[in-house]
Ligand binder design. Sequence first.
Ligand code: AMP
Length: 429
Amino acid sequence: MNKKSVKDVEVRGKRVFVRCDFNVPMKDGVITSDKRIAGAVPTIEYLLNNGAKVILCSHMGKPHNIFTEGYGLTKKEKKEVEKLPAEEQAAAKAKFLEKAAGDQKKLTLKPVADRLNEYLGGKVTFAADIIGEDAKAKVAALKEGEAVLLENVRFDAREEKNGADFAEALASMADLFVNDAFGTAHRAHASTEGISHYIPAVSGLLIDKEITFMGGALEAPEHPFVAILGGAKVSDKIGVITNLIDKVDTIIIGGAMAYTFVKAQGGEIGSSLCEDDKMDLALDLIAKAKAKGVNFLLPVDNKCGAGFDNDAPSVTCDVDKVPAGYMGLDIGPKTIEIYANAVKDAKTVIWNGPMGVSEFENYAAGTRAVAQAVAESDAISIVGGGDSTAAIEKLGFADKITHISTGGGASLEFLEGKELPGIACLENK
Ligand code: AMP
């Protein structure tokens, strides 16, 4: 995948529309983690330092489409309202719309503009609309090396519908589109894909990094190539396993999804999570891996709890002999050793998904051990998914990982080998 980045085009004097991912967690109007803002700074700084006039755009949360003319209730709200007696409907509708007005306050990007200014020395102004009078005036007033942040792009319903008129209006403000929002690159929205139909499109530095490392691992990996997949459901990872089976030397399975494989092979899994309707598929994947000479590793032992509870009584036993009434919540010590060994000599490692219920302190050991093994290996290491990334960061290993992917759903789709609309639309080198 050879896509142009901001570094491959002239940006001086140009109005550059940058789609960022400023979908940061907020509590009572205060940003609780500005990781995504900090992550976007290098691309913005590069553009400002190189004389661009920068227009920043992002979504935050799932707001009502407040800027859409005649905006009303969401489908779900409409259904709820219609269930009520006729005389109560008007009041219920008003309540939802009042909440929508509250959304506007809660999901405004104004606090993001303030935080950006702390990083960028006050070079960012904030527009109170997206393609309205305020945005137009502030874009027109931009000087080289200055930026404006537009209001939450999902306040307009046409964003998620990829409305052509909206995409064109966004494009009309700029000369160049830079996509740097990997987290939404798997969605064809107006500000992630539609806009590219009207002006040249390139990647920002964040997306460039995702393409370089994840794309590189999929296209020309150094071997041995080990994929570690964990998490809740096999059904979420089928696409990834199927795509990787052709490329890797070893697949390591952990987390709840392991139990579908174990039960399919005749194991006793007690009350562990299992997708009974995916057992045939699990056997199919094992057979496919065997046919291709891929080392397919399943847990051999596990730590089980007498309930989905950190403090319930626990036992450690073989993975196919989980006692009745117990559920497997983490991989066991023998499995940890086998998995750590499999990672040790790898040259490329991709890891997505926890080995157990890592949010429970008593069942976090497997995920931590894998995090440590990945960090200590000399491999090109790529980590994605919230729980795996959290484990790496909590242990202070982030700087030992080659690339931590910033997109959940997007990185899974990337690993499935799917073409992401927000990347496919960028110009080739
Ligand atoms: P995912 O979103 O697919 O990456 O899955 C992450 C979730 O899987 C986390 O919330 C974990 O608590 C959960 N999980 C991992 N292992 C297990 C397990 N053995 N039993 C139940 N839930 C698990």
